[in-house]
Design a protein around this ligand. Structure first.
Ligand code: SF4
Ligand code: FES
Length: 249
């Protein structure tokens, strides 16, 4: 298929960006979106130009690096997929595709389609450690009973890959879906209880410091999340934060 691509180009965080137009031929439906971008870059390099900078790593929906806003949607059309899992069969011959970086104050553009998501790392760091009893009388983890429903919910929360699509989708650039998933994966398990209040307080405070917006219950974050992280995690985080604030943590 033949495509017209409008690609965001920006030399640095404080530089002015622009949309460049490229014509691309010979794209097949079996190519992933990133493979299509590779072909575009091959063409640009052959013509002596500067290739488009974009993040990627695993190319199988695990690492969360491939952050592209495609035709106004984080990770493009389709549900439950990252950009690397999006196939070109989702588009048709003659389509125009607009490709932009995540847009949020807390995610400054590094170059072109690559943004700095270090804010997510700092939120996780603020959460701190999970304490482990190494006194010599340590209980085997498998002897602590955990309700199946709690284990399943903790596991679901832990599938968050930190891609940032929730932030890019939210009209307030809120990171609450991401942070609540990271809070919940510990809050639902016995091992997460000793630091539970301190963890949620520190992570939410860091989230606010990074400049993310607040949640206004639109729910777009969860719809666009490639891992289907549920809004109930945000409710759990809010309850935990309130509880910790009242008890002075
Ligand atoms: S909650 Fe979903 S959209 Fe947000 S960072 Fe995690 S996986 Fe990505
Ligand atoms: S490149 Fe790893 S999730 Fe897309």
């Amino acid at each position: 298929m033949d495509l017209t691509l409008k690609v965001w180009r920006q030399d640095g965080p404080t530089e002015k960006g622009r949309l460049d137009t490229h014509q691309l031929s010979g794209v097949t439906g079996d190519m992933s979106f990133l493979e299509m971008m590779d072909v575009l870059n091959d063409n640009i390099i052959r013509e002596g130009g500067d290739p488009v900078v974009f993040d990627h790593d695993c190319r199988e929906g695990i690492c969360g690096m491939c952050s592209m806003f495609i035709n106004g949607q984080a990770h493009g059309p389709g549900r439950g997929v990252t950009t690397c899992q999006l196939h070109m069969r989702s588009f048709k011959d003659g389509d125009t595709i607009t490709i932009e970086p995540w847009r949020a104050t807390a995610f400054p553009v590094v170059k072109d389609l690559t943004v700095d998501r270090g804010a997510f790392d700092r939120v996780i760091q603020a959460g701190g450690y999970v304490s482990v009893n190494t006194s010599g009388e340590t209980l085997d983890a498998n002897t602590i009973p955990i309700a199946k429903a709690d284990a399943d919910e903790a596991f679901n929360a832990a599938t968050c890959i930190g891609c940032g699509a929730c932030v890019a989708t939210c009209k307030n650039a809120s990171a609450m879906l991401f942070v609540s998933a990271k809070v919940s994966q510990f809050a639902l398990l016995p091992q997460g209880q000793p630091e539970r209040k301190r963890r949620v307080t520190r992570m939410v405070d860091q989230m606010d410091k990074e400049g993310f917006g607040n949640c206004t219950n639109t729910g777009a974050c969860s719809v666009e999340c490639p891992k289907g992280i549920d809004l109930t995690n945000i409710a759990r985080m809010n309850r935990d934060y309130l509880n910790a604030s009242i008890k002075g943590e």
